[in-house]
Design a protein around this ligand. Structure first.
Ligand code: M6R
Length: 616
């Protein structure tokens, strides 16, 4: 939550900061601000409640002094409501230094009391202002911004990325990070800082990942990274594999619409380079067979949509590799004293690689001796850096808050991993692997088929249902997490009540919710691949239809058994049971998009949410 950008170079920084913030707005969008230092040592600052457009309009009317050193922030409120006063940057008491912050300073109350007792006053309700005032105090004592940072971060508890500029130091931006992201962009005669590479990818694809508990100082020509004790540290360079156009809307009405359309490509790119002649070979896992051979159990930790991908992954890993798998919400896992040790492989899944709950679960697992593997979509992110092994999904940048293409890429990566483990443990024969690989390779074209065939009809259905107050989703086996995903997507961007249930659980309670006209999406398993489950789900459909539900079935092409009891049927191509989720979820993503659009809502930036949840 909160997007951060910093710039030093020869160009006026205001436009660079605003462009960076526009690409980071998915991280938080309740207020935004910039602070700029010009060559004469003047510090200008502007911040406004509301989306970035409000700040942009304000600056267009009354620009800040042109300066080539600056910091910018887009906020997701934690401490203090989304007002002009609580927006970042925050100034030190002498107004000579400006600070932006992502994260939560957990001991800000005690620090504030200390500063108040010394006579300092505060102008906002934020935890960040405490860091600004502390930093200002330390700077006055040391006259050195990096040293002042070192002293300040030594007093802070919690999670933070902090950037600061001081009017006495034009041409310098200093930052620090603990449990919150920050990456460096290396330009020619200019340098950048950002919460993620999207902040500067239109200027440079050469990046450096800053480690935990490190301080970075950038000038136009230099980058210096030290740890919190002041010792220089090596930083890891990487090249961003996508360019700025990948993070643009490219003519689509919303990022979410674009990202759903990119689902086939997201899966294809995640498989690319990892399948050779029917054999799964994941280069990042070379030399790490012991992780999978030694594991007596696997625990998948993730949140939200990523956790639903994990549930599909559980089915795949248990079936193909015969290792017991539990899937846990990262925040529940972390605080329940789980029984884990060196024999446990903890697999984390995260699109952003920055979700604090997931990060804390991974760190906790490592501290307890477990081995860790991260499935992540974002290069240079914190969670993969904290893990023993990484499998990147290659879905490309996902900007819409509602995760769509990353979800299918996560499932594809988990299925590759399941086949990889199945081979290492000698569970699957090469013929079986080749068969599953062929199915997996056919998925992108099948998703495309669903998009081509059903997009229009689903948008139409969503339009008719614009006033619906509640939608239920039913699924069984791997259809269950897909039902949950369908419901989450709908809640998230349409604000309609939605619940996903295991179809078999219906009779144990949820069927009481069915009343005439209640829309229910039902994920129907393939009659050819899973005849027993298919028959059970068809019975469930009959039960709810008899009670007046309006049934919308997602069923395989040619499945006629669903016709008599369904009001609408959307079709997916035949696929093996473990590949069905990759197809069945597509109509649900389209439906959420269609309904939010029909209700005139902001599809990409739903209320109260942020893309990357970097607080616990
Ligand atoms: O970046 P992550 O994959 O770790 O994010 C996890 C969840 O916050 C995320 O999937 C969230 O549930 C999405 N907004 C759902 O669309």
């Amino acid at each position: 939550m909160c997007g951060i950008v910093g710039y030093v170079g020869p160009r006026p920084s205001q436009d660079i900061l605003l462009a960076g913030l526009a690409r980071l707005e998915y991280r938080g969008y309740d207020s935004a601000g910039v602070a700029i230092v010009d060559g004469d040592g003047r510090l200008g600052m502007r911040k406004r409640a509301g989306k970035l457009a409000v700040l942009r309009d304000d600056l267009a009317l009354a620009p800040l002094p042109a300066g080539a050193t600056g910091i910018g922030h887009t906020r997701w409120a934690t401490h203090g409501g989304p007002t002009d006063g609580n927006a970042h940057p925050h100034l030190a008491d002498d107004d000579r230094l400006a600070v932006i912050h992502n994260g939560i300073i957990e001991n800000f109350g005690a620090l504030k009391q200390e500063l108040v007792s010394e006579g300092y006053t505060f102008r906002s309700e934020t935890d960040t202002e405490v860091a600004a005032v502390l930093l200002g105090r330390e700077y006055r004592e040391t006259g050195d911004l990096v040293e002042a940072f070192r002293r300040t971060v030594g007093r802070l508890e919690g999670a933070f990325t902090l950037l600061a500029v001081h009017q006495d130091q034009p041409g310098l931006v200093v930052g620090a990070r603990r449990n919150s992201p920050l990456v460096i962009g290396l330009g020619v005669g200019e340098n950048f800082l950002g919460s993620d590479v999207a902040a500067f990818v239109e200027h440079t694809r050469n990046a450096l990942a800053i480690g935990q508990d490190e301080i970075v100082a950038i000038t136009a020509d230099t980058v210096t990274v030290t740890n919190f004790d002041g010792h220089p540290v090596e930083v890891e360079p990487f090249e961003v594999t996508w360019d700025a156009t990948a993070a643009d809307k490219g003519g689509w009405s919303s990022f979410m619409a674009k990202e759903i359309a990119e689902e086939p490509e997201a899966v294809a790119n995640t498989l690319r380079g990892r399948i050779h002649d029917g054999v799964v070979a994941i280069p990042e896992l070379d030399g790490l067979d012991h992780l999978f051979r030694d594991a007596q159990r696997i625990i998948i930790v993730a949140c939200g949509t990523a956790a639903y991908a994990g549930q599909v992954g559980k089915y795949a890993i248990e079936q193909w590799a015969r290792v017991p798998v539990d899937v846990e919400l990262a925040h529940e896992f972390r605080y329940r004293d789980p029984v884990i040790g060196p024999e446990t492989l903890v697999v984390s899944i995260s699109q952003s690689g920055e979700t604090m709950d997931t990060l804390m679960a991974v760190k906790y697992a490592r501290e307890r001796g477990a081995r860790t593997l991260s499935i992540c979509n974002t290069q240079g992110a914190t969670i993969p850096r904290e893990s023993d092994a990484i499998v990147y999904t290659h879905a490309g940048p996902e900007v819409a808050v509602a995760s769509t293409k990353a979800f299918v890429a996560q499932i594809a990566a988990l299925e590759l991993l399941a086949l990889h483990i199945g081979r290492i443990r000698g569970i699957l024969s090469s013929t079986e692997i080749a068969h599953h690989v062929r199915e997996l390779e056919a998925v992108p074209a099948k998703i495309q088929h669903v998009l081509d065939l059903e997009s229009e009809r689903i948008a139409q259905l969503a339009h008719w249902m614009a006033d619906t107050r509640s939608v239920l989703f039913l699924g069984r086996n791997v259809g269950f997490p897909i039902a949950m995903e369908g419901a989450l997507k709908l809640k998230e961007i349409t604000y309609i009540h939605a619940e996903g249930f295991a179809a078999g659980e219906l009779k144990h309670g949820p069927i009481a919710l069915i009343e005439p006209g209640q829309p229910v999406f039902v994920l129907v398993p393939s009659p050819r691949e899973s005849p027993v489950l298919h028959a059970k789900v068809v019975s469930n459909i009959e039960e709810i239809q008899a009670r007046g539900a309006r049934v919308i079935a997602i069923a395989e092409e040619g499945d006629v058994a669903v016709l008599p009891s369904s009001d609408e049927v959307f079709r997916i191509p035949l696929a093996g049971p473990l590949f069905e989720p990759l197809l069945a979820v597509v109509p649900l993503h389209l439906f959420a998009l269609g309904l939010a659009t029909a209700r005139g809502l902001d599809v990409d930036q739903p209320r109260n949410l942020a893309k990357s949840v970097t607080v616990e």
